[in-house]
Design a protein around this ligand. Structure first.
Ligand SMILES: NC(=O)c1ccc[n+]([C@@H]2O[C@H](COP(=O)([O-])OP(=O)(O)OC[C@H]3O[C@@H](n4cnc5c(N)ncnc54)[C@H](OP(=O)(O)O)[C@@H]3O)[C@@H](O)[C@H]2O)c1
Length: 256
């Protein structure tokens, strides 16, 4: 029987106060992992951790801003203080302060998007890999986007950051494979969260999108959890450097 369970594993999920990250944290706990729920807002992540515990899972909340290496290192250190290992990280914290043609983005917005969406993923990988090497392996999952595969509508800088996440995934997969660390990406299509509100609140754009996307709907955060569970579990032990597209088939059609 292929093993999809996460019993005995410790996982850090960033951006887990809401949306896709929260759904992944809950799913990992249900699969038996001890889960570190992280984001900038302690109150929100404490609530998620509490809900996991109330449902019989194991979780703690650790606050960290992914733009600061000292906070990222402290996230790993606090996890080790509590549970003495880290088997899985899910780089998921993301932001997009610019919506419009790419040349209307200012330098500050460009820097912020790359700093969190791309360098933030690099920071956590750099902070955690020595521990994974010592343990003899690990799983790194980077939440990218189909916006990193084809040029997105009015989200150009964001698309560049997500294309960067995909290349970061492939570079790390190549370099860390010999240490039994698998590094993979998930590329979701439009998932209904606060983050994508500008898209799903645009009724005309949604009508066009849902009429064309093969599975005829946008996603829920829970639609992404199966891919994350697969890439976190030993079922994917011979899979590295891949990009698992989870988008209802949206990437098969022309962009809206
Ligand atoms: N929704 C979509 O359609 C979609 C599609 C493809 C890919 N994605 C990707 O999926 C990931 C999650 O997106 P989502 O839709 O679930 O978004 P969301 O609901 O807005 O959640 C974003 C999460 O990131 C955290 N965060 C933001 N900036 C942070 C920072 N500097 N440091 C630490 N945490 C930070 C937020 O928590 P705090 O505010 O508490 O810090 C929140 O938990 C992102 O990487 C996004 O690019 C989303």
């Amino acid at each position: 029987m292929v093993e999809f369970g996460l019993g005995g594993k410790v996982a850090i999920v960033t951006g887990a106060s809401q949306g896709i990250g929260e759904a992944i944290a809950v799913a990992f706990a249900q699969a038996g992992a001890r889960v570190v729920v992280s984001s900038r807002k302690l109150e929100s992540i404490a609530k998620v951790a509490q809900e996991i515990e109330s449902a019989g899972g194991q979780a703690i909340a650790i606050q960290a801003h992914m733009g600061y290496m000292d906070q990222v290192k402290s996230l790993v250190a606090q996890t080790l203080d509590k549970w003495e290992r880290v088997d899985i990280i899910v780089n998921n914290a993301g932001t997009n302060p610019h919506f419009g043609p790419i040349l209307t983005a200012d330098e500050g917005q460009f820097e912020k998007i790359l700093d969190i969406n791309l360098k933030g993923y690099f920071r956590l990988a750099q902070a955690v890999v020595p521990q994974m090497k010592e343990q003899g392996g690990g799983k790194i999952i980077n939440v990218a986007s189909i916006a990193g595969l084809r040029p997105p509508h009015k989200m150009g800088v964001y698309g560049i950051s997500k294309a960067g996440d995909i290349m970061l995934t492939q570079v790390l997969a190549r370099e860390l494979g010999p240490y039994n660390i698998q590094v993979n990406a998930i590329a979701p299509g439009i998932v209904q969260t606060k983050f994508s509100r500008a898209l799903w609140e645009d009724a005309e754009l949604m009508a066009r999108h849902e009429a064309n996307v093969p599975l005829r709907r946008i996603g829920t955060p829970e639609d992404v959890t199966g891919a994350a569970l697969y890439l976190a579990s030993s079922a994917s032990d011979w899979v590295t450097g891949t990009v698992l597209v989870v988008d209802g088939g949206a990437n098969l059609i022309s962009m809206v």
